[in-house]
Design a protein around this ligand. Structure first.
Ligand code: PMP
Length: 450
């Protein structure tokens, strides 16, 4: 392997990184990861740390999941690619769809439309929602509702429903007809409401108001994450998602659950929707569906939505959408093996237990440190700390200080993710208690360095 400085120089010269200023890799060379085992990653300098990020919320089973690796290798040997566009299919995607149907049965979802990742899944769900209403004879239902602080990938539809200006401003104009509802974010909200249940009711009222303002008959779908992830791990009060479901059903609006992060156990339940006792009409999945080893995703579709398409005789239900890599046989083989391991290891229960430990640990850090304004989590292995320079005014911490916490935490044994004023933890779901303690003590070292 080339030496560390050489790679850093080449990287700065030739690679543009997602979600970073192109000049950033010259000033702050990124960590060059060269290997991984279990829940640990190793960098080009031989430094090994616990991966508190879990790849990018996707490596749920860790980096050494042999059955998934073996399935990928075997499938590459047998059938490395064939398309499933009209007229052909492959055996893996059929088998996988049957497994997904079983897995998602409690969510009321039975059909799979395959994609090559999370943004594709979001785009697919948004398009299917509009098409559903056209097939049903309500072509005026074209608008989308979503939550402020929500993250739905970076394709144009997804960016249009995204609720964070950083992912929107440079790419405007985006899709017309997208409207954002306040998120049930207790730490900061336009209502200055600190009680989660009351805040949930206020946000639900805002949703009702927006629907009344737009006219229910103009709205195709509401898309939301069951627990907002990239926006800073914001779990709503338990009444929120059921409330959204009720309002959507009342107004004939489809509910799209964006479970690109939350499906397959991360919240401590098999899906985030199930966590809140909700059945969505469409569900976006990706990431952990293949443990991050292969780009792949699926939009799961409810019986009721599927029947509208399948019973159509007008031709409007013909799907003019799909990707070259929809139903990639290698991805499908990876997903099949991954699903089997996910269930065999019952990772949702470990996510719940280790998530509670991490959340507790972060709360004790907060008790000692004024810089930690808010700690969020308590629903599986997704937690965040929001850092402030002043607890009373909640003024965000400056970038250099939060970067220092991250850097020292890394030197002390854990990779954590910084997103705006938040430090986010989303480790593999096979984390042990000892690994969780490594993450917590590395973070403490990071704070101590300030
Ligand atoms: N939706 C959600 C909720 C996500 O968290 C993400 C990615 N973090 C996406 C969509 C986009 O997925 P991808 O990056 O695979 O396109």
């Amino acid at each position: 392997m080339k030496d560390s400085n050489f790679l850093k120089e080449m990287n700065a010269r030739s690679v543009w990184h997602p979600m970073a200023h192109p000049a950033d890799s010259q000033q702050n060379p990124p960590t060059i990861v060269t290997g991984a085992q279990g829940v640990r990653i190793t960098d080009v300098d031989g430094h090994e740390v616990v991966d508190g990020v879990g790849g990018l919320w996707n490596v749920n089973l860790g980096f050494s999941c042999e059955p998934v690796k073996a399935a990928i290798a075997a499938q590459l040997d047998r059938l490395p690619y064939y398309s499933i566009f009209r007229g052909t299919t492959n055996d893996c995607v059929i088998e996988l769809a049957e497994e997904l149907r079983d897995f998602f049965a409690p969510d009321g979802l039975s059909r799979a439309f395959y994609t090559s990742g999370g943004s594709d899944s979001v785009e697919t769900a948004l398009r299917l929602a509009r098409q559903y209403h056209k097939v049903k004879g309500e072509p005026g239902r074209i608008k989308y509702l979503s939550l402020k602080k929500g993250y739905h990938g970076t394709h144009t539809g997804g960016a249009s429903v995204n609720g964070n200006a950083n992912f929107r401003t440079q790419y405007e104009p985006l899709l017309p007809g997208c409207y954002h509802i306040p998120a049930p974010y207790t730490y900061r909200n336009p209502f200055n409401e600190t009680d989660p249940e009351k805040l949930a009711q206020l946000c639900l009222q805002a949703l009702e108001d927006e629907i009344a303002f737009q006219g229910a008959g103009t709205i195709a779908a509401m898309i939301m994450e069951p627990v907002l992830g990239a926006g800073g791990v914001i779990p709503p009060h338990e009444s929120f998602m059921p409330g959204v479901r009720e309002i959507c059903s009342k107004h004939g609006i489809l509910l799209i659950a964006d479970e690109v992060i939350t499906a397959f156990g991360r919240t401590g339940s098999w899906t985030g929707s199930r966590h809140w006792g909700v059945q969505p009409d469409l569900m976006c999945t990706a990431k952990a569906i293949t443990n991050g080893y292969f780009p792949f995703g699926a939009v799961m579709i409810s019986d009721a939505v599927a029947e509208v398409f399948e019973k159509d005789e007008s031709g409007r239900a013909a799907i003019g959408h799909g990707y070259t890599y929809s139903g990639h046989p290698v991805g499908a083989a990876a997903a099949l093996a991954c699903l089997a391991e996910t269930k065999r290891l019952n990772v949702k229960d470990n996510a719940a237990a280790r998530g509670a430990e991490l959340h507790e640990g972060l709360k004790s850090l907060q008790a000692d440190l004024d810089l930690i304004g808010d700690v969020r989590g308590g629903h599986g292995l997704m937690c965040a700390m929001e850092l402030v320079s002043d607890r009373a005014t909640k003024a965000p911490i400056d970038k250099a200080r939060i970067n220092q916490v991250q850097e020292v935490a890394y030197q002390s044994g854990a990779m954590v993710r910084v997103s705006g004023p938040n430090i986010i933890l989303s480790p593999p779901l096979v984390l042990t208690s000892d690994d969780a303690q490594v993450i917590l003590s590395a973070l403490r070292a990071g704070f101590d360095s300030l």
